[in-house]
Design a binder for this molecule. Structure first.
Ligand code: KDG
Ligand code: MG
Length: 409
């Protein structure tokens, strides 16, 4: 089963996506997601210039060998661009192998360990009434676990807070990447955030009761001691997790946070290698691995991370915002079913425009996602539809403190 053709498709049905499509000599196609929000064309060029020429003529069934060839063979290892490119190739080859076998991918990964993947949705509000409406809308839609992000008094815009109250339903209007010439500048004040957030969780718990799993994303903004303080302050509200409390590259920071709080910790959406996790896992400093298939070198590499995590009792909690394409989401769902140490799956539904380009078969019923039993990943790319939505440059925002200092966004 030789690779006959490889195409890189860049499309913007509401937001940008980079998709790799590999076709074998016998006409089987596989898809991989290579979307790196705000830096899409770097991955497209990496694939087009340096990877596609190496793939044509290779054995499409040699997935591990191709992974090693692209990783070790480049000499320059890791990094978000390289690993998103490798992820796309790896995922497309798994898609091909499963389609050739006539099976959904999760069967090739060992079969299902569960009937579906518990998904969490993003509720948010600029104030408590908006937040409560958004949580209710998510519960009505079937979510059984909810991420809570809130406006902060004194700050105009805050990460994760949608502009419309109900935010759930078929649309989710919080899209951080914006098609402006320069990144949008937001303002940030950690002290205001730390003063406000515990009171929000107190209010949410008293309105919605003790049982609902609640999550929160700190989005890399705190120092270790600030994060420790927040984790401790949130203990009475029994969070499912506190995510990205500190910037991800500082693994040792988690030691300090861990000494001070029993709030479960999740990190890893910006990681791209198993080597980003060695300290965190072997010292049991986190509870959930946040990596996405798209950004961590594909199904092959993320399965290894999750198997390593299992040794230490750490579970999966894969990244699933709208900048993970439906192809990346489907790949996540197959792994979610197949790994024993599944924890939860993030799920931000894509827009109708996106789903015109990517025809998905995964389902969301009673709070659980299922990848479907279609052969392969279960996603088809409509290339004509993709062509109707040309690329538009867009950037993630940046954050500044009141005195102008640039802060983590
Ligand atoms: O591209 C950036 C987003 O993927 C990120 O801001 C989303 O933090 C995020 C999350 O937890 O979904
Ligand atoms: Mg996050």
């Amino acid at each position: 089963m030789r690779i006959a053709a490889v195409e890189v498709v860049v499309t913007c049905p509401g937001r940008n996506f980079v998709t790799l499509r590999i076709t074998t000599e016998d006409g089987i196609t596989g898809l991989g997601d290579a979307t790196l929000n705000g830096r899409e064309l770097a991955v497209e060029a990496y694939l087009r210039e340096h990877v596609v020429p190496l793939l044509v003529g290779r054995d499409a069934s040699a997935i591990e060998d191709t992974w090693q060839y692209l990783y070790r063979g480049a000499y320059w290892r890791r990094g978000p661009v390289t690993m998103a490119a490798i992820a796309a190739v790896d995922t497309a080859l798994w898609d091909i192998k499963a389609r050739a076998a006539g099976m959904p991918l999760y069967q090739l990964l060992g079969g299902a360990c569960r009937v579906g993947a518990l998904a969490y949705g993003h509720a948010s509000g600029r104030d408590l009434p908006e937040l409560f409406d958004s949580i209710r809308a998510h519960l009505e839609r079937g979510f059984r676990a909810i991420r809570v992000q809130t406006g902060i008094p004194g700050l105009d815009t805050v990460y994760g807070v949608a502009a419309s109250a109900a935010g759930g339903g078929d649309r989710y209007d919080y899209e951080p990447a914006r098609p402006t010439a320069l990144p949008v500048e937001e303002s940030w004040d950690t002290r205001a955030y730390l003063r406000h957030v515990p009171s929000v969780f107190e209010a949410v718990r008293s309105e919605f009761g003790p049982a609902l799993p609640l999550l929160h994303d700190g989005h890399h903004r705190m120092t270790p001691i600030e994060a420790a303080r927040l984790g401790k302050a949130l203990e009475p509200y029994d969070l499912f997790w506190l995510e990205d409390a500190t910037p991800g590259e500082d693994q040792a920071a988690l030691r300090l946070i861990r000494q001070h709080t029993t709030t479960p910790l999740a990190i890893g959406e910006v990681f791209n290698s198993i080597h980003d996790y060695t300290t965190l896992l072997s010292e049991r400093l986190i509870d959930y691995v946040r990596s996405a298939v798209t950004h961590t070198g594909g199904v092959t590499a993320l399965k290894k991370v999750l198997d390593f995590a299992a040794v230490y009792g750490v579970k999966s909690g894969m990244h699933g915002p709208t900048d993970i394409s439906p192809v990346g989401m489907a790949a996540a769902l197959h792994l979610d079913l197949a790994v024993h140490n599944f924890g939860i799956q993030e799920y931000m539904p894509h827009t109708a425009e996106t789903l015109e380009v990517f025809r998905t078969s995964y389902t969301f019923v009673d709070g659980l996602l299922h990848p479907s039993d279609s052969p392969g990943l279960g996603v088809e790319l409509d290339v004509d539809a993709a062509g109707r939505f040309p690329y538009r440059a867009a950037y993630l925002p940046v954050n500044r403190l009141a005195d102008g200092t640039l802060h983590d966004w």
